[in-house]
Design a protein around this ligand. Sequence first.
Ligand SMILES: [Zn+2]
Length: 403
Amino acid sequence: MVTGKASVLRSVNRGVVLGLIRAMQPISRSQIAKLSGLNPSTVSDVASGLLREELIYEKTAEGSGLGRTPVDLYLKCDSHYVGAMEIRASVSRVAIANICGKVKSHSSLPTNHASPAQTLSRCAEELLALSDSVGVDRPRTIGVSISGVVDPNKARLITAPSLQWENVSVGELLREKIPLLENVVVGDAVKASALAEMLFGNRVTDTSNFVFLSIGKSVGAGIIIDGRIVIGDHCVSGELSHMAIYEEGLTCECGVQGCWEAYISDRAVSRRYMTAIGGEFGSGSDVGISEIVLRASKGDAVANLVIKQTGHYIGVGVAAIIRTVDPKCVVIDGSIADAWDLVYPEIMKALDERPLPVKGKFVDVFPASEANREYLKGAVALALQGVFNDYKIMNANPWKELR
Ligand SMILES: [Zn+2]
């Protein structure tokens, strides 16, 4: 009989081994043992299970010398397929991807604000049609990314102001439509992007502690600690828009003074630029963030200054994040990151000026990887979490019950 604790450990080990194969392939069993700290016999057991599941395959390493011939393990990319959905205010997108994260087919449809059930039902139908058209088995795991507050344990959307949706049982609604569906992993868009950075980004693979900062309409963060995304007791970890950085500073849209959002959101940058050129912000002729970045790259002195100021304000908040989380790196996503040459030195200067337990230069700060901007990467990452880790076990915090 497998006890609760044994099954949790098995699931954790399986996730660790699969994660290493995915990130480092080709990789041998002994390399996995060395990197993970797992016992070599445990790695062998897990690998045998994964071979039986046909999630991986093995091949004799080429050019090996004398002695025992090393055998490398690889992820079997097209052995399984997952579904991905991204629900946005105007349009919802769906895709079928293989377990290496490659999107095989995708489609989009308008989001029906009046009916979450109808939107999800149509997304489910579209997903089934896509899997049939690609000629693969219907997905048993689906990742769903939504901009809003999400309870991943219950596969439920708590609230999404941009959609005006509240209390939507995403998991249940999809299960009704998709037969044999085993796992629905629902996540908010920022945390999903953080996971995508962990799985597909090219610079965070060597760390299990980092913060993914998304700057746009608002400011949100996906906090990864020990390789796991932090959800929080009320599912709102990383909501950093209204973190105070100047107590008596600019008035934020929430009515409070000095919120981070009032300094670094796309609207804040646009407002600062419009004011600097003597224009009237909000009159309908606002210059948007992308245009400001473009103008800065072409030598517009005002745009240049506004972007640099934004870099400074980003640094002020990043210092607070570093103090709280102690990450190895902070990854920044958003249009402002397109002006990296201008913002990066200002962020690092702001970090250097502040007393930090570790100096800013020991914490890497870099822009989100290109891979993260690919189609539906966040939703695909959520789905892969469901395949690589037994997400239901991982999320239910079994340790609490086992204590
Ligand atoms: Zn605020």
